[in-house]
Design a protein around this ligand. Sequence first.
Ligand code: 2DT
Length: 212
Amino acid sequence: DLKSKESRGALIVLEGLDRCGKTSQSSRLVSSLEGHGHSVELWRFPDRTTGVGQMISSYLANQTQLDDHTIHLLFSANRWEKRSLMESKLRSGTTLILDRYSYSGVAFSVAKGLDIEWCKAPEKGLLAPDLVFYLDIQPEKAAERGGYGGERYEQLEFQKKVSQQYQMMRDQSWEIVDASLPMEEIEKQLSGLVLHSVELCHNGRPLSQLWP
Ligand code: 2DT
């Protein structure tokens, strides 16, 4: 059951707007943890490799149109299809670094106008992260970084709405990181906190479920 006291890996989530740097930071974290001798994997959501993930990917590429509720549930289903593997990895002692998770699911859909409680409901029962980082950047600054790839949500006006939703959702447990700092500085902040969290999990911190 979820209360088992065996040594387990930590579930770490990185969230933020497009171009906030979370993808680079996720892979730096993996290297850093490996360097400390930990077993660690980098996962990202959406996971575009599954059947559901391919539907999401073509929606994001504007190749298909879907009702806002429908795509919301597909993003959630894409997490549910990975849930049992996620739990077994964690229980076997592997730490998982997630590039986006349920918070993206809620922030992006609520930014479109969907009801927040409706958006949160299908996430209930997924594994709760041990640590959530929010890489904080002004939408305008993120847009200046360039490299929006032309996917559906990569537009300044929409990113501003997503940013507001993240601000609404975040609580005291989140680690807010200034994403405009130099990469090395951010990396230092993140890896210190992650190593601490990994230690807590190894020492028996119980796994819990959304929404805590
Ligand atoms: P990437 O550019 O990081 O691949 O994200 N999104 C993501 C949602 O709308 N709901 C979700 O549940 C998740 C995980 C964020 C692709 C885009 O999909 C959005 C950006």
